[in-house]
Design a protein around this ligand. Structure first.
Ligand code: SF4
Length: 610
């Protein structure tokens, strides 16, 4: 059905293998396929930053077709930040162009003796010298690669942070206006392999099994996709900052403060639109257009054009650090993208460090004279710079919140906000109970995208999900089943490599099945679709069980479990009750281990590590 491209950076061997229909039927593509390969070809002894770790990038059966929101790509590895399963996906155009090179997945192993980049086209694959690119920031490296490889190429690039092995280093596609593999430290994995970039340039048409079905699904869905997600189109994801603050969802002062309406108003995407918007942009095959290009006017960053921060970035680099100066957040976002740093983990670890500074656990002496006080914009920017270069004490911050807290000592672990070693996005489990359960059980650590329930609890309803809507936030009723179903659905989004924001425009279960059937010629139904999602979710869990994950890890930060912060919510999530119900839905035992019976039912017999 498709092809897997393999590159061994130790031996510089490049090979391809056929992707069997059976594998695609069971794991689809994207992170389903990636997880299968990762499980089979790594062990619990694999070092995330060692040559044996794999970097797997995969796209789905609908990537490269006309299906809406279908040009994303997914990456899978063992995370240097958490030591467990890692996944990340990005929009932009890289995924669609990679597919048009003729491949469905790229598996990279080994470590090059010197800096290299991969050049992949629809005619050849080459490992090229990247000595002249090493040390360059992502935007500059991307421009140089475009000069060398042609203007139509698309590049996924690491910056100085990835080269320096900062554990939450990211991978930036397409430079300044691009999209990012942000979470879990994929940039560090590339850095550990001496791999600066993966450049793709292809133009092969993607075959469709049933053009008529594709056309009719596009026709039916088109008006909804163009008209419905207006809030996302107008304000971008960061347009939701004020609404989020009002219900107690926004991280404020290292997740400690309940309300901050005056600050939220200054950094919301709507203010950004009024004060700084240059234009909107979109990923391949998307009609929603949630991307933003902004220009800083006035102040020290006068005239600079840059990508507009997403909601998560506003939350973590803004309110979590009490920064209410919009242009400082714009600049902080830009610096993270230039250096190749995940904005969520960066804002989290700096908010954590600000609290440690306030409590006297670290001092300006540790920080070469920087007064890391709440709301101090210049200090924020200096610390970002030092984290990216692993300078001085900021080297510790570049290890992530969990490891930084362990090294700082004292009571730092009590205000370290992370789950399984991953810092949470800007969604608080105290504001919505499905979010609490989703953050606790996501396979990569604190992640809202693994269940993507935040707008669907006391809000939007996905009619064809097959479960009742959730009218109330602060009850446990129906929450476990909802998270179970949504996680399985999200595994399918990530295995088709489609954008989840499509849900706001009607790209729900049935249209997604229609796109998949049109691309493959299958006749998959609702039941088989969800069973496939469940299989993929369980395989990720089995990977984590193999490295020691169990119920003890399916938890929330102490602050989210015990601190009533007031403002939009004064609730605490009853996690243990929901967790037990959730394990029952999943057919796992009380310790969070999938039962053999359920695993066999899902056809995963070969992957039981116990
Ligand atoms: S909704 Fe936004 S992130 Fe998703 S595909 Fe469209 S532009 Fe990209």
């Amino acid at each position: 059905m498709g092809k897997i491209l393999r590159v061994d950076l130790d031996t510089r061997r490049v090979s391809t293998e056929e992707l069997s229909d059976t594998v695609v039927e069971k794991y689809i593509g994207g992170n389903g396929l990636g997880t299968k390969i990762l499980y089979e070809e790594t062990t619990n002894m694999t070092e995330p930053l060692g040559p044996d770790n794999l970097l797997i990038i995969a796209v789905g059966p609908v990537t490269g077709t006309r299906a809406f929101n279908s040009d994303r790509f997914d990456a899978v590895t063992m995370s240097p930040l958490t030591g467990i399963y890692a996944e990340s996906n990005a929009g932009g155009y890289w995924g669609g162009v990679f597919k048009k090179c003729g491949y469905d997945a790229l598996v990279i192993c080994g470590k090059s003796a010197e800096p290299v980049y991969l050049s992949i086209t629809d005619k050849r694959v080459e490992i090229k010298n990247a000595k002249s690119l090493w040390g360059k920031e992502t935007f500059e490296a991307t421009e140089i690669l475009r000069e060398m490889e042609g203007k139509t190429c698309r590049a996924a690039v690491i910056g100085p942070a990835g080269e320096a092995l900062v554990r939450f280093a990211s991978v930036i596609t397409d430079g300044m206006h691009g999209r990012t593999l942000g979470r879990c430290g994929f940039g560090a994995v590339m850095g550990s392999k001496n791999l600066k970039a993966v450049v793709v340039n292809g133009n092969r048409p993607t075959e469709i099994a049933d053009e008529e079905k594709m056309a009719s699904t596009l026709k039916k869905l088109g008006p909804l996709m163009r008209d419905q997600p207006t809030a996302l189109r107008i304000g971008g994801t960061s347009g939701g900052v004020e609404g989020s603050e009002s219900i107690g969802n926004l991280p404020i002062k290292n997740w400690n403060q309940g309300s901050w309406p005056e600050g939220a108003k200054k950094i919301t995407g709507m203010t950004m639109v009024e004060e700084a918007l240059v234009k909107r942009y979109h990923c391949g095959q998307c009609v929603i257009n949630c991307g933003r290009v902004v220009r800083a006017e006035g102040g020290p960053y006068e005239g600079q054009e840059m990508a507009g921060p997403e909601y998560e970035t506003m939350g973590l680099l803004g309110s979590n650090c009490m920064i209410d100066h919009l242009r400082t957040v714009l600049k902080a976002n830009e610096l993270c993208n230039r250096y190749g740093l995940d904005t969520i983990s960066t804002g989290s670890v700096i908010g954590f460090a600000m609290e440690a500074f306030e409590r006297g656990l670290i001092s300006s002496q540790d920080l070469d004279g920087i007064e890391l006080t709440w709301g101090n914009g210049p200090a924020l920017l200096k610390v970002i710079d030092r984290i990216a270069r692993r300078e001085g004490f900021c080297r510790v911050l570049g290890e992530g919140v969990r490891k930084a807290a362990e090294q700082i000592g004292g009571n730092a672990c009590e205000f370290a906000v992370e789950v399984k070693g991953l810092e949470p996005p800007a969604h608080d489990g105290r504001a919505r109970f499905t979010v609490a359960l989703g953050l606790a059980t996501a396979n990569r650590g604190a992640c809202h995208l693994g269940a993507f329930t935040h707008d669907f609890e006391e809000g939007l309803v996905i009619e064809d999900l097959g479960t009742p809507g959730l009218p109330k936030r602060f009850t446990t009723e129906g929450k476990a089943e909802n998270v179970f179903m949504m996680q399985n659905l999200m595994c399918m989004f990530d295995s088709l490599s489609c954008c989840k924001f499509g849900l706001y425009g009607g790209l729900t279960v049935n249209p997604l099945i229609d796109f998949l059937n049109a691309a493959t010629g299958w006749d998959l139904d609702h039941t088989a679709f969800f069973e496939t999602g469940e299989r993929i979710f369980n395989l990720k869990r089995l990977f984590n069980v193999r490295v020691g994950v169990s119920r003890k890890d399916d938890t929330l930060p102490l602050r989210m479990l015990t601190h009533r912060r007031g403002g939009g919510t004064n609730e605490l999530p009853p996690l243990n009750i929901m967790l037990s119900e959730y394990y029952q839905c999943r057919g796992w035992n009380e310790f969070g281990i999938p039962t053999r019976e359920r695993i066999r039912k899902l056809g995963l017999d070969n992957y039981i590590p116990y």
